[in-house]
Design a protein around this ligand. Sequence first.
Ligand code: B12
Ligand code: SF4
Ligand code: SF4
Length: 403
Amino acid sequence: MPGLAGRLAHWLAEGHHGEMAWMTERSDQRADPAALWGGVRSIVMLGLNAGPEHDPLDNLARKDRGSIAAYAQRRDYHEVIKGKLKEVGGLLSARSGHSAKVFVDTAPVMEKPLAEAAGLGWQGKHTVLVSREHGNWLLLGAIYTAAELEPDAPGRDSCGSCRRCLDICPTNAFPAPYRLDARRCISYLTIEHEGPIPHEFRESIGNRIFGCDDCLAVCPWNKFAVQAGEAKMAARADLASPALADLVRLDDTGFRAHFAGTPIKRTGRDRFLRNVLIAVGNSGDAALAEEAVRCLDDPAPVVRGAAVWACGRLLDGIRVRALYAEHAPGESDADVKQEWRALNPPPSAGEGGPCVSRGRERGAPSPAPSPPSPDPLRGPPSPAGERGKARRTTPAPTGTPTA
Ligand code: B12
Ligand code: SF4
Ligand code: SF4
């Protein structure tokens, strides 16, 4: 695959991998299969269809519900695919007399370019592999073998002038077609990123609490896709549109029990709750506001910080000032302090400023002075905000794929 090492190096040099330091480690092996295993002579790429039962975009308008990426609403594909790869790899070894190694996601392997080279499809402008038969819903695995196999013809780019995936992205994560800046991708922000989610993306995240399917779901090549047929990959009905009110109450034990065996366990409870609270803040639902208030006392700073933001979005200025006075002075975590400061509640008449006399901790930093305008203590988000953006599900196509 000529040019691959250079494109990977370029992506890393741009910093588009964000905090995924594991992408920089062993990048020589990622770019060159022979550097990962000197004995490899051929690679067999396989895809497992994980086609969703419903259009993933349908749930984005249900603001009291969370949206989970289709691949994560089911059993962890790593386990399912690994078992199948071992089975096929074993047969291949027995037939060819050569050893084989199997990989799914966890090793430094560039599965998408390899799948394109093997003829499974092509990397679309959103960088995901698109298949003419299965659309955007294949999950990939690789068998490296010492056997010399006749190569298939590579996949042919059939995006044509279409750019639906680029235009739908709520966070503008594509600096150019075929290139993704992961730091702006909701999938990265909700799954891989560990700390507080940067403010600039919070509203655009809407109710997406684990991953994002927008750029996949709008692809016209999905018209040939069918639902996942593999029984082990059957979607869990309770993960299609879970109530935020239930998720925001999960403790560590409850989180583990609820998401055992699914990819969601990857984030752990605290980061997942962070995501849920961003969705709560975007819900415009006053009934959820008290859940956010309760989370201001959560032991995890990343949860408390997101709860501060959600409170600022859902509650009126008087209530926020009262919460500020109650919680901000005693806060010890720098990131959460910063969240309180970002709320920047202006003093109400006669109050003399927030938390001046009601603080729990002496010497706590004062909030920054209020800007003249605008008042950041706004009410619930307007329907024209993220709601409008998330529902932009069927943009007028600016082009058609080449069939
Ligand atoms: C890191 C990673 C992520 C990161 C970064 C994604 C990315 N696009 O790189 C994040 C966390 C954002 C992510 C998100 C998702 N991921 Co992911 N992810 C991976 C992982 C582990 C590595 C991918 C990788 O190598 N990235 C590095 C970049 C450099 O590779 P690339 O995208 O191929 O980059 C090409 C372009 O940038 C281009 N390029 C670079 N510079 C230039 C310059 C020019 C001029 C041009 C023309 C091109 C060009 O060339 C590069 C090489 O081909 C793979 C598993 C694996 N081991 O391969 C899964 C994988 C890609 N993910 C997968 C999935 C399902 C997803 C999500 C759909 C999950 C979700 N619903 O939330 C989203 C999709 C977001 C998107 N639009 O990509 C599947 C994709 C299956 C498929 N059909 O392709 C994979 C293959 C896992 C699997 N085993 O099935 N993922
Ligand atoms: S997964 Fe979502 S946020 Fe990420 S690139 Fe696609 S549309 Fe954008
Ligand atoms: S056909 Fe359109 S939506 Fe699908 S990957 Fe290509 S540009 Fe994106």
